[in-house]
Design a protein around this ligand. Structure first.
Ligand code: PEP
Ligand code: MN
Length: 338
């Protein structure tokens, strides 16, 4: 940490700051500039981080030198870069992976129909929600374990590995029994008990950005999972809440190159929730690939009018098929493949 002192700091205050640093068992280095005195605080990061340095009289601000998300940071060489869902590798650089399926698992037949359609179109991971985080308690909450079973049956039929959301620590064992990857939804991005629990899972975790979360918040939530021992984390940009009312959310594609630069974790983009308007999802999916996403996740439904959640933003299978063709072209244009 570097302490920046106030412009009119006194010598007595500087001595006091140095004494406090030493009482904490840390070392200090005083640097006198033209107009400011800076004090370097030297010692183990985990000790320095917890000390109330900003509260010492004469301190204006405290600037961290180390990134607070040290396990997810790009320079951490010990992480295995690609994360596998089943046998599908994400984050290998070249390959863009398509993840698709309905918002909710609605019935066995429907799940199978959609799974076959998205597989045929080019999706490599199947997604569907059995436990749904709904804004209203009166909206469809998902089929629960039946939904997990239908997903597993769709995997058996198509060979696609499955990703599904977990909302409650008490469901982990049940969801792990069926899923190949756990999804933490936006609303739970800072449910720290849940993050710690999935941090002890053997399964990879796709962590969706909270709609009011900064990129830094997302990275720190990922750090929770890694710090419990699970390095298999995918970061998902799914749109944030802004003052814009024309779209469901504002898909923050700025996050893609920033996350790629700051971490070694694969980045997924979800243009479906990101814009929330069916007719514009394809454009944003194409933009996600151009921006460098490792995977793109799109909701597809064979009868959007009958969907029990998010029907207004589901693509029909034929539209998805056409989108895949265009995604392939964009991937090639930026030196990648689908
Ligand atoms: C979803 O993925 O269907 C979902 C509910 O997403 P989010 O958590 O991003 O709102
Ligand atoms: Mn949805």
């Amino acid at each position: 940490m570097i302490i920046i002192t106030q412009p009119r700091v006194t010598e007595a205050q500087i001595d006091h700051i140095v004494a406090r640093i030493e009482q904490f068992g840390l070392r200090s280095q005083v640097m006198r500039g033209e107009s400011r005195v800076l004090i370097g605080v030297i010692g183990p990061d985990e000790v320095v981080r917890d000390k109330p340095l900003g509260a010492i009289p004469g301190v204006e601000s405290v600037v961290p030198v180390m990134k607070p998300y040290k396990l997810v940071a790009q320079e951490n060489g010990s992480l295995p870069p690609p994360v596998s869902i089943g046998d599908v590798k994400l984050g290998s650089g070249q390959r863009v992976v398509l993840i698709s399926g309905p918002c909710s698992v609605e019935s066995k037949e429907r799940m199978l129909t959609i799974a076959k359609a998205v597989k045929q179109a080019g999706a490599r991971v199947l997604r569907g929600g059995a436990f749904k985080p709904r804004t209203s308690p009166y909206s469809f909450q998902g089929l629960g374990e039946d939904g997990l079973r239908y997903l597993a049956e769709a995997r058996a039929e198509t060979g696609l590995p499955i990703i599904t959301e977990i909302m409650d620590t008490r469901d982990l064992a049940r969801v792990e029994k069926y899923a190949d990857c756990l999804q933490i939804g936006s609303r739970n991005m800072q449910n720290f008990a849940l993050l710690k629990e999935v941090g002890r899972s053997r399964l990879p975790v796709m962590l969706k950005r909270g709609f009011s979360a900064t990129i830094n918040d997302l990275l720190l939530s990922a750090e929770y999972i890694l710090s419990e021992g699970n390095p298999r984390v995918l970061l998902c940009e799914r749109g944030i809440r802004t003052f814009e009312t024309m779209t469901r959310n504002t898909l923050d594609l700025n996050a893609v190159p920033i996350l790629k630069a700051k971490t070694r974790l694969p980045v997924v983009v979800d243009p479906t929730h990101g814009i929330g308007l069916r007719e514009f999802i394809p454009q944003m999916a194409l933009a996600a690939v151009a921006a460098g996403a490792d995977a793109v996740m799109v909701e597809v439904h064979d009868e959007p009018e009958e969907a029990r959640s998010d029907g207004e933003q589901a693509l029909r299978p034929e539209v998805f098929r056409d989108l895949v063709r265009r995604l392939r072209a964009v991937a090639e244009a930026v030196g990648r493949e689908l």
